[in-house]
Design a protein around this ligand. Structure first.
Ligand code: SF4
Length: 498
């Protein structure tokens, strides 16, 4: 093999999920990885992929170190995603293991978290050779040519690459800049996964809905598919909003793939026996022309598959009609995040709709019997014991009106997302912020990989609302748990892990 891609767990590389009670291992691979891995393969490189948490869940004694040593041809280049901050410790643990086992191999990290903290990562973690800021396709194409030896790029000329110029000097980003446009996205293969070990188990993990998930001999398969990049919103708790994409990747709003290109990919998935496709962005917020063409072509081509879509705001009735006429509803689920029952708190956090509009929209979904997943968010700015009463009231109304077999509901705590508006301007939101550096996130992940005996919900989240100490969040969590337990639908208690 020339190149190895590894998706880290939140936990260390030797994590024993069979022995200890872990917090979520965060097994999802960022959607963009599929495109650049297939691009590198198309360039002629032998590329393999490992999803470490999936390997460890399948085989608890799996040893990355032994696996690396046992390879007949050792990779010259190892790519590790550090997109979500939850992998800050796990990604470094993988990088360290790779470097200790294969000292001559070049280790690269990339993703949104890397984009924000790239210089600090290179300054503090010797076992990472390069970091990529923003989009990775062109930087990786050139770096692979340089490292694997099939081209002649100079490392200094590679766009978006952060490197150490020399010993004692501060890491810095090369001058060249690249971001992927719509044509580039459409030219990439975001579907083929045959390079990934245990690809069917991973496809089973991606299925979202009421079906029973089995990793061995899975029957229900899904796939997260890139339908575009960026975002047009700036929800204050999110590090993947418009501003951060603009600053870290040079993107202004969405870069949309063509509906025809996405339909082609969905057709491939349906043909390969996938029951569901998870769309990487909310296509209901795309121009109506886009989703009308998308749904019409799926119907014309006779492609019927379940669709998982997360509504960033509220969809129009027209959109719901089109979705429900087209998708296989037995394998469809839509996620909606009203965040709070208090409209002011919701608006402040970036979701712009009233309870009345929200409940009316649920009536439309109910008419079609669409499975839904409702997300509140217990510890966001503005949510207090007073506003929380409105959240409970709204949750109760939903439970009383929506068919129970089609309803799931969760009210988790958020951790401070780097680059989120809340992280950048904490004073504007009445927040005290505790996580500001990569080391803060590394320590947070290292300390929260495994469930402690005593958990205070709201603790170790990197921020605290000035007038709402953590013990109040825990009190609200306990009230939610009592509410959740009394429901006949799948209403989950506030998670005790991070
Ligand atoms: S949470 Fe808000 S800002 Fe973040 S990706 Fe979703 S819609 Fe965009």
């Amino acid at each position: 093999m020339d190149i190895l891609y590894i998706h880290p767990a939140k936990q260390e590389v030797e994590a024993r999920y069979d022995k200890f009670r872990s917090c979520p291992p965060y097994p999802f691979i960022p959607v963009g990885v599929v495109g650049f891995v297939n691009m590198l393969r198309a360039e002629g490189y032998q590329v393999r992929g490992l999803n470490l948490p999936v390997e460890l869940l399948q085989r608890p004694t799996f040893s990355l170190r032994q696996w690396l040593k046992s390879q007949r041809i050792l990779p010259k280049l190892v790519l590790i995603d550090l997109h979500w901050y939850e992998h800050s410790f796990g990604a470094m643990s993988v990088a360290q293991t790779v470097k200790e086992t294969l000292p001559d191999t070049t280790v690269v990290v990339g993703g949104l978290t890397t984009s924000y903290f790239g210089e600090e990562i290179l300054a503090d973690f010797d076992y990472v050779d390069y970091a990529i800021r923003g989009d990775a396709e062109e930087p990786l194409r050139q770096l692979a040519a340089q490292v694997v030896g099939k081209g002649s790029s100079q490392v200094n000329d590679i766009p978006n690459l952060i490197q150490r110029p020399g010993s004692g000097q501060r890491p810095e980003q090369n001058l060249g800049f690249y971001f992927a446009d719509a044509a580039t996205l459409d030219s990439l293969d975001f579907v083929s996964m045959d390079w990934l070990s245990n690809q069917r188990a991973y496809a089973a993990l991606q299925y979202s809905g009421a079906g029973l998930m089995t990793l061995r001999k899975p029957k229900l398969l899904s796939h997260w598919l890139t339908v575009g990049r960026g975002c047009v919103f700036d929800c204050i708790y999110c590090g993947g909003g418009k501003e951060s994409h603009s600053e870290l990747a040079g993107r202004n709003g969405y870069v949309l793939r063509s509906p025809e290109g996405v339909v082609e990919d969905v057709a491939r998935l349906a043909k390969e026996g996938f029951q569901q496709v998870n769309l990487s962005l909310d296509i209901a917020t795309y121009p109506a022309k886009w989703w009308r063409a998308f749904f019409a072509q799926l119907r014309n081509d006779g492609i019927r598959i379940g669709i998982y879509n997360e509504f960033f705001q509220l969809p129009s009735n027209d959109f719901i009609d089109e979705l429900c006429k087209t998708a296989d509803l037995a394998h469809t689920e839509v996620a909606i995040s009203p965040l709070s029952g208090d409209e002011e708190v919701r608006r402040k956090n970036g979701k712009f709709y009233t309870n009345e509009r929200f409940l009316r929209m649920l009536e439309t979904l109910k008419k079609y019997e669409v499975p839904i997943f409702i997300y509140f968010s217990l510890n966001l700015p503005g949510e207090t014991p007073q506003t929380f009463k409105k959240t409970l009231y709204l949750a109760d109304q939903i439970g009383k009106t929506y068919p129970h077999h089609l309803l799931r509901m969760l009210n988790p705590c958020h951790t401070l997302d780097p680059m989120s508006p809340m992280s950048r301007q904490p004073d504007s939101f009445g927040m005290n912020v505790q996580f500001t550096t990569f080391r803060d996130y590394y320590d947070y992940c290292k300390g929260t990989g495994w469930e402690p005996r005593r958990v205070v919900r709201g603790q170790h989240r990197g921020f605290e609302m000035a007038s709402r100490p953590t013990r109040i969040v825990e009190q609200m969590a306990q009230i939610w748990d009592v509410f959740a337990q009394a429901q006949q639908f799948r209403c989950f208690p506030v998670p005790r892990g991070w």
